[in-house]
Ligand binder design. Structure first.
Ligand code: HEM
Length: 508
């Protein structure tokens, strides 16, 4: 055992002793009215026993609570509330928005990686980024982005890769392919850089993606420590996961900063205004932004758009692989759109045609209900408060809304909540909108996801192009995938698939 490992063990032991000595019962809010209805769960042994199946365990706990809200305690004075109650979600995300920021704890855990980017900031710093970025997500920009980037990536990279795998009968990790697709796409959106992760030759872009992946996974791992401050000890000693994290972050930061600095140089010399990507927008509107702040802004956007759509699509294809009747309904809808516009199989869909795919949208929404890419999301309570269901929340407590559990609540979705039923979304042939407080997959209120429309259009383009051309079967049919809780909900061992062309004569 080397010296740093011994020091680490010693410090772990020391912090454990300190914890046992110092930890007292949580500072209760003045009244305990909120506690009487709810079991106090989340004691250390329960948490440790269930950490590997946190989502299902906490879903069970919440469905057994009277108002689907539970009080949760962990050592290190981290206390809070977890809820699957739409009224509470509306209260924290909209009505009392100012009282429930991301908060110091959330921000400090992700600060090394995300700095003060939109995903990791509150107040004015958040507001100014939100305002500037929102222009990038209007209909015109969205249409251009889809037609120029998504379609090109599908035609020139995704389909050839899938076509080749089907010809050689090679098993392909669909999750990996979709993540590479999304990463290429969001880098183009963020700073007009194409890392060529899909179909590329494993050069610097792929290295950037790998470092990004590690940084995201290891940063989110900081939330799962049984002793919340332990990561600081490891960080101080520069050991274990913290050492890897530091290296990954340095690689991500350097990569982004190099691009930003060269763009700044370019701007000085050419004076050409190029507002096609987010970086240009932020360089154009706020001249004094430092390269570091621009880097933080860009990294947050890459994080937001990177794993979310790929996560949703991976679960979507897994679900469809055992539901041929739903695949047939999607194919029928695509056929109807083609015959209406006289388009042949193989030709790309327009933006308007993609918007018209209501059944496909319903099937995707149903996937998002059961497998939300962001399964839990946490805020901090600024001032003591009473939630609409009577639960008292103390100052500085965390408040987590549990999107994964909400998608599985009988009280919200009825007795058939466990069934995959796209029809529950369709009304008069149109995919209906659900209240974002009952279905907070894209968040709700002032911080609602900026990329929601973009995500649906991107997912529909990919799903339509793939489903029309291939039958996607799981390579390990008998196995149910396990989820891996990173910042998003991924499959633990990837998603190995076998592909078969629907029409062997169709050239891809
Ligand atoms: C299925 C796909 C997606 C899902 C489920 C999703 C979900 C979410 C959620 C839950 C949040 C709130 C996170 C928080 O504040 O804690 C969020 C925020 C955000 N999302 Fe998405 N997202 C998706 C795709 C995208 C895409 C493709 C983009 C484009 C880059 C994007 C951009 C953003 C941004 C910029 C925010 C921050 C908004 C703010 O804080 O004001 N998202 N998203």
């Amino acid at each position: 055992m080397d010296i740093s490992a011994t020091a680490f063990l010693f410090l772990t032991f020391l912090s454990l002793c300190l914890y046992l000595l110092l930890f007292t019962s949580p500072k209760k809010p003045k009244s305990n009215q909120g506690f009487k209805h709810f079991p106090i769960v989340g004691t250390l042994p329960l948490f440790l026993l269930n950490r590997h199946r946190f989502l299902d365990w906490s879903t069970e706990v919440l469905s057994n609570c009277q108002t689907n809200t539970a009080v949760f305690r962990r050592p290190g004075k981290v206390h809070g509330v977890i809820t699957a109650n739409p009224l509470v979600v509306e209260h924290i995300l909209k009505t009392q928005f100012e009282n429930y920021p991301k908060g110091k704890r959330f921000i400090s855990l992700l600060e090394d990686f995300l700095g003060r980017g939109i995903f990791n900031s509150d107040g004015e710093i958040w507001k100014v980024q939100r305002k500037t970025a929102s222009y990038e997500f209007n209909t015109k920009s969205l249409r251009n982005f889809v037609m120029e980037n998504v379609t090109v990536e599908i035609q020139t990279r995704l389909l050839p890769i899938l076509g080749k795998a089907s010809e050689t009968e090679r098993i392909l990790d669909l999750q990996d392919v979709l993540e590479r697709f999304a990463f290429d796409n969001v880098c183009k959106l963020a700073f007009n850089f194409d890392p060529c992760c899909l179909g590329g030759d494993g050069t610097s872009g792929a290295d950037f993606m790998r470092a990004f992946e590690d940084a995201a996974t290891l940063s989110s791992g900081r939330f799962m420590y049984a002793l919340p401050g332990l990561y600081k000890v490891k960080k101080f000693l520069n050991m274990g996961s913290e050492r890897t994290l530091k290296k990954s972050i340095a690689r991500v930061h350097k990569f982004a900063e190099d691009i930003i600095r060269s763009r700044m140089e370019e701007k000085k010399t050419t004076h050409v205004k190029n507002n096609q990507d987010l970086l240009s927008r932020f360089m154009g509107t706020q001249e004094n932004n430092s390269p570091e702040f621009l880097r933080d802004i860009i990294i947050s956007f890459i994080l937001a758009g990177r794993d979310t759509t790929s996560s949703a699509l991976t679960w979507f294809f897994w679900i469809l692989s055992s539901r041929p009747n739903i695949t047939q309904k999607i194919l029928k809808e695509l056929e109807t759109i083609r015959s209406r516009t006289g388009k042949k199989l193989g030709a790309e869909y327009s933006f308007e045609e993609l918007r018209d795919m209501h059944y496909l949208q319903a099937a995707l929404s149903e996937t998002l209900r059961l497998y939300p890419p962001v399964p839990v999301d946490t805020k901090a309570c600024r001032n003591e408060d009473v939630l609409p269901d009577g639960t008292l929340v103390g100052r500085d407590w965390f408040v987590t809304y549990h999107t994964y559990a909400m998608g599985r609540m009988e009280r919200i979705w009825g007795e058939n909540c466990g069934e995959f039923l796209p029809e529950r979304w369709v009304e008069n042939g149109v995919c209906r909108a659900e209240s974002p407080f009952r279905f907070p997959v894209f968040h709700a209120g002032p911080r609602m996801c900026l990329g929601k429309d973009m995500a649906y259009i991107q997912m529909k383009s990919i799903a339509a192009a793939v489903i029309e051309r291939f039958e996607v079967g799981m390579a390990e049919k008998e196995k149910s995938p396990k989820y891996l809780l990173s910042l998003t909900l991924r499959m633990e061992n990837g998603c190995p698939v076998v592909l078969k062309k629907r029409d062997p004569s169709l050239a891809i």
